[in-house]
Design a protein around this ligand. Structure first.
Ligand code: HEM
Length: 299
């Protein structure tokens, strides 16, 4: 298999930054993409930072058509469900996900990336995430129970060898702000009905309510994805950064459509207590393809 950007699978780091950039008006798209591709993780094995780079799907397809998964599109229009619930579209041109052992090293590298891209791409949005009690999200539930293991994750997240974009992935990146007061005011049993799992041990309710979150995103129905969700925020505004990888954008999109009630089911009840404030899709190229582009910069 064409080798992926390894940061996708580097679990266990305690600090994350997601930097979304727009190309500068005067930037030339191929040179800008090559410049992003040339960004490097610092060469250290201790306290290092992983760097994952991605591009607005249409931008990547224009610059590297031979390595673009067909039919992948940006989050270009808001997604409105039957009940008027809307997922906003806040697509940008480039995403850089930095993750490391502490925010000091992530912060330093974030600044270095912004400086390196000056004049080429402008920082348009920044999100900083941190793990909450190991594997909980800020609802207090375990997040990731039905995630594939690391052995299975490559098969779920990566475009297979022989297909255009091999070794790459499609990322859905969304910031969701929780209504913490509303959520915490609900009895635990009610919360469990909304998630579709028990709060204490993440065991699945039997039967799973169709309008629960697990019922709305059932991977047996839509296909599998690999999630790297993380908590973010401060007391006043906080929630979940949804970070979902798939080899096939349609799987992610079908889950979103189901959550807002566009599929044949009622909207996901999770949407009554959390709302998406950003939403973007990015093509994540393989490590090899990025290296080939970056060679052009260094040549
Ligand atoms: C505020 C945002 C979100 C929160 C707090 C959240 C939280 C959770 C929790 C607690 C679970 C149950 C445990 C687990 O299997 O991980 C879960 C399952 C899942 N979530 Fe989310 N999630 C959010 C958004 C999303 C979005 C936007 C998607 C898809 C686009 C999604 C896809 C899934 C999938 C596929 C599962 C596993 C379903 C299965 O059992 O097959 N989630 N999520």
């Amino acid at each position: 298999m064409a080798s992926p950007q390894t940061g996708i699978f580097a679990l266990g780091t305690s600090s994350h930054a997601y930097l979304e950039f727009d190309l500068a008006a005067e930037a030339d798209a191929p040179s800008a993409v090559a410049m992003v591709a040339s960004l490097r993780e610092p060469r250290t094995t201790i306290g290092g930072v992983n760097l994952v780079a991605g591009f607005r799907p249409e931008l990547w397809a224009a610059v590297a058509p031979d390595a673009a998964p067909p039919g992948v599109a940006g989050f270009n229009e808001p997604l409105a469900g039957a009940g008027g619930y809307v997922l906003p579209a806040t697509q940008h041109d480039v995403v850089i996900w930095l993750t490391g052992s502490g925010y000091d090293v992530v912060f330093d590298l974030s600044r270095a990336v912004v400086v390196a891209l000056a004049g080429v791409a402008d920082l348009a949005n920044e999100m900083v995430g941190w793990p909450y009690h190991h594997d909980l999200d800020l609802t207090g539930f375990i997040d990731g129970t039905e995630n594939p293991t690391l052995v299975e994750a490559a098969g779920v997240a990566l475009i297979p060898d022989g297909s255009p974009g091999e070794g790459g992935s499609v990322l859905l990146l969304q910031q969701w702000e929780h209504d913490a007061i509303g959520w915490e005011g609900l009895p635990v049993q009610e919360q469990e009905g909304i998630i579709g799992r028990r709060k204490a041990d993440s065991s699945e309710l039997d039967p799973v309510p169709a309008s629960s979150h697990v019922g709305s995103t059932d991977q047996d129905r839509f296909g599998k994805i690999f999630r790297r969700n993380i908590a973010y925020g401060t007391l006043l505004r906080h929630g979940t950064i949804f970070v979902g990888f798939s080899r096939d954008q349609r799987t992610l999109q079908a889950m979103l459509e189901s959550m807002v009630g566009m599929a044949a089911n009622a909207p996901d009840r999770l949407t009554t207590v959390t709302r998406a404030v950003t939403g973007a899709y990015y093509t994540i190229p393989s490590a090899e393809r990025l290296a080939r582009l970056s060679d052009q910069v260094n040549a």
